[in-house]
Each structure stands twice: as C-alpha cells, then as structure tokens.
Write a protein that binds this ligand. Structure first.
Ligand code: ZN
Length: 64
C-alpha cells in the first residue's frame, strides 16, 4: 500500500501547478494552507478520501 504521494494543485490566483507532499496514512479530511511557489499567495488545500481510498485534492482561494 502506498503511504505517501506528491499531489498536484493549481494556484487559484495565478493558475500555476504546484505539488504538495501528502502522508496518505492520515485518516479523514486534511485542510491546510500552502503558498504558491510562483506568486507566494496562500491557497487553502483540502484533501479528502473516499471509501475506496481514492484521494482527492482541491485548492481554494484563502480569502473565500
Ligand atoms: Zn500562484
């Protein structure tokens, strides 16, 4: 079983692809802030898992 992964998210301000390392052994939802590597603006990153252990990543503007 895979225990970690690099996931891609898209900056909500400049549209650049960023990657974030994720520990897949953490259960449930993860919700944290990441700064874009290009424009340095914080994006809210939300990680969810379904009941088949598929991982979904979503980026939102931090001021939403
Ligand atoms: Zn950006």
């Amino acid at each position: 079983m895979q225990t970690d992964d690099d996931l891609v998210w898209i900056c909500q301000y400049c549209g650049i692809h960023n990657t974030v390392w994720l520990d897949l052994t953490i259960e449930g939802k993860q919700d944290f802030m990441e700064e874009c590597r290009i424009c340095c603006r914080p994006n809210r990153i939300i990680i969810t898992k379904d009941n088949k252990d598929n991982v979904f990543i979503e980026a939102r503007p931090s001021d939403e």
